[in-house]
Design a protein around this ligand. Structure first.
Ligand SMILES: Nc1ncnc2c1ncn2[C@@H]1O[C@H](COP(=O)(O)OP(=O)(O)OP(=O)(O)O)[C@@H](O)[C@H]1O
Ligand SMILES: Cc1ncc(CO)c(N)n1
Length: 268
């Protein structure tokens, strides 16, 4: 069985963070492991509190996996501060992990900060050059590049900027591209652009869409798919998860992580 580790924050509400990642790994038949970077008190209404781990505690968790079990792919989500980013980057180098998916989580749906502003320089300097894939949403791509993204050309320019920081593949997600009836994710591999388009689902229940999408990319890379194939599969996975609504909580509800498998079983 292939293995994947998520290095991310805990979402007590279960829709995003470590919980979304492990559910997604399981649904895609990959053995899930984790290193917690922070504990959040969170629900569908927002983030009530953030308790970061020490960089040492994060390092030790990764070391436990690296020294014994190993992994076929790595995902990073909420990293919170520069010390954690540096520790994670060092461990990725130490164990020579190649299939690294960086979801540059910055701000939760309700506006709470999940990454300190001064940590963005460290993210760009230490972690991005180790990434096989980076999966920013539009606001994250704007912060990382300083480019204001309004048009498809702006997205392409931002993707090129991120590629030039040493990331091998850039996926700029289209969930925040509101006012369109489609959600378009753009993939750039340094050579050509490819788009993955789906019907935009009118719903407020999109808590954890980004985490779930990047976890699905990670699981598929662990299984040996190419980045192109992994992104395509992840797009189908998240589309099913948003479509098959759960209606949990009073705010931005979680997606349905088992919708994709339910569909696959029904098609057999
Ligand atoms: N309403 C929607 N309908 C269809 N697809 C969507 C919708 N919202 C998001 N997506 C898809 O979900 C994935 C995640 O995109 P999004 O831009 O929402 O990430 P995000 O902002 O990082 O998510 P979050 O911060 O909630 O974890 C992308 O593949 C995007 O196309
Ligand atoms: C712990 C955690 N990671 C990531 C996100 C982004 O969706 C969130 N809301 N919470």
């Amino acid at each position: 069985m292939k293995k994947a580790i998520t290095i991310a924050g805990s979402d007590s509400g279960g829709g995003a963070g470590i919980q979304a990642d492990l559910k997604t790994f399981q649904e895609l038949e990959v053995f899930g492991m984790s290193a917690l970077t922070a504990v959040t008190a969170q629900n569908t209404l927002g983030v009530q509190a953030v308790y970061p781990m020490t960089a040492e505690a994060v390092s030790k968790q990764i070391q436990s996996i690296g020294e014994d079990m190993g992994t076929d792919a790595v995902k990073t989500g909420m990293l919170f501060n520069a010390e954690i980013i540096q520790a994670v980057s060092e461990q990725i180098v130490e164990y020579n992990w190649q299939n690294v998916v960086v979801d540059p989580v910055m701000i939760a749906k309700g506006g709470a900060s999940l990454l300190q502003l001064e940590a963005i320089t460290s993210l760009k300097k230490y972690l991005l050059p180790l990434a096989m894939v980076i999966t920013p949403n539009i606001p994250e791509a704007e912060v990382l590049t300083g480019i204001s993204i309004r048009t498809d050309e702006d997205k392409e320019e931002a993707a090129k900027y991120l590629y030039n920081l040493g990331v091998k593949h850039v996926v700029i997600k289209g969930g925040h591209d509101e006012g369109r009836d489609v959600s378009v994710d753009l993939l750039y591999d340094g050579n050509e652009f490819k788009t993955f388009t789906s019907k935009r689902i009118p719903t407020k229940n999109t808590h954890g869409t980004g985490c779930t999408f990047s976890a699905a990319v990670t699981a598929e890379l662990a299984k040996g798919l190419s980045v192109n194939e992994a992104v395509s599969k992840a797009k189908h996975f998240i589309q099913a998860a948003i479509e098959d609504q759960l209606l949990i909580g009073q705010g931005h509800g979680p997606t349905n992580h088992w919708a994709y498998r339910k569909r696959m079983v029904a098609m057999r």
